[in-house]
Write a protein of this length. Structure first.
Length: 337
């Protein structure tokens, strides 16, 4: 049964969410379309540019992304502490970066004297805007709507560009976050669009690898250098530092895991890879064989509205007042401990 987005996304349950949007008719409207023989590859850059723009507005951090030819994946973190720390003027400044807002807000910013009723109205508007700055639905709307308008203008047409709004999946624990991020990063390798993570254009893993290099070494990135360098991705916890709100793994061990998983996918058989298992899988109690199955096409489709260990899924189902949730049996195999 379809559920309201407000029931699917709840910061109290988890701040991490996996979101997916796909273009209409499964057409390649952001890549080379075999049906029309037209190349829309530049629209992937549009999406990256828009991500850079709204990333500075919303209090939502990008953990991972992969922009493909007919869909994209993005893993987001709701930064509740950041939005709560903003002053009213900072909220106004951020929101008006991409939306105009009513005239009374401009008068308030200009320092005009106002009545108590007008100040109350401004407070109500700012409260609404503050809530939107941590709202994934508004984040996705700001991203998708902008791309749809530009694409329709370019195609001289009207109508839907995206299939519906977007799909979301709550990531309830560390194991789910790791699994989903790696799955997202490996999209170009599964689609045979890239051989290695560092060759995977329009992905966060390539951006992180490039960001590790001196600027002078960054070449041949198909025009994506400026946006990729400017998009502020959520940081991994640094080795030897205490975990606060960073991604709860060390970057190097995550990179090792993604690279290892990518080589398995390319070989299409486990025996082709050396026997050294990335230690992060053992530490988090993730079954290696089930992990590799999950990294295959539609692997995360074993889960539906949420991903996590069995107990986390049961608790999530209880909060939604449902008796069963997809993925609970597979979760016991993937995350057995």
């Amino acid at each position: 049964m379809t559920r309201a987005r407000a029931q699917q996304i709840c910061c109290q349950d988890t701040p991490y969410y996996h979101c997916i949007s796909r273009v209409v008719r499964r057409a390649f409207l952001c890549g080379f379309d075999q049906a029309t023989q037209q190349d829309f590859e530049h629209r992937r850059q549009w999406m990256l540019d828009r991500l850079v723009e709204i990333d500075t507005v919303f209090c939502i951090d990008v953990c991972a992304y992969a922009i493909m030819s007919n869909h994209y994946h993005i893993v987001l973190y709701i930064n509740k502490s950041q939005v709560d720390s903003l002053t009213d003027l900072e909220v106004i400044e951020r929101w008006r970066t991409i939306y105009v807002g009513p005239d009374i807000i401009q008068r308030f910013v200009n320092g005009e004297k106002m009545s108590s009723a007008q100040y109350d109205l401004i407070a109500e508007i700012v409260a609404i805007w503050r809530q939107r700055l941590e709202d994934i639905s508004w984040f996705m709307k700001s991203l998708n709507e902008s791309i749809a308008r530009r694409a329709n203008l370019e195609d001289h047409c009207t109508g839907h560009f995206w299939e519906g709004r977007f799909k979301s999946q709550a990531l309830l624990d560390e194991q789910a976050l790791l699994t989903c991020m790696a799955y997202v990063e490996l999209n170009p390798i599964r689609a045979e669009m890239a051989e290695t993570p560092e060759d995977s254009d329009y992905t966060s893993i390539k951006q992180r690898i490039e960001d590790d290099k001196p600027v002078a070494e960054i070449v041949n990135t198909k025009g994506a250098e400026k946006s990729q360098l400017n998009l502020l991705l959520k940081e991994f916890v640094a080795e030897g530092h205490q975990l606060t709100d960073q991604i709860p793994y060390h970057y190097r061990e995550y990179l090792e895991l993604v690279d290892w998983s990518g080589r398995v996918i390319r070989a299409d058989k486990r025996c082709a890879i050396d026997g050294r298992i990335p230690p992060i899988l053992t530490r988090l109690g993730i079954d290696v064989d089930q992990w590799l199955k999950t990294m295959q096409p539609k692997g995360v489709h074993q889960f539906s509205r949420a991903m996590g260990c069995r107990e986390a899924l049961r608790e999530h189902a209880r909060k939604l007042c449902i008796k069963w949730i997809k993925g609970i049996n597979f979760s016991g195999k993937l995350f057995p401990t």
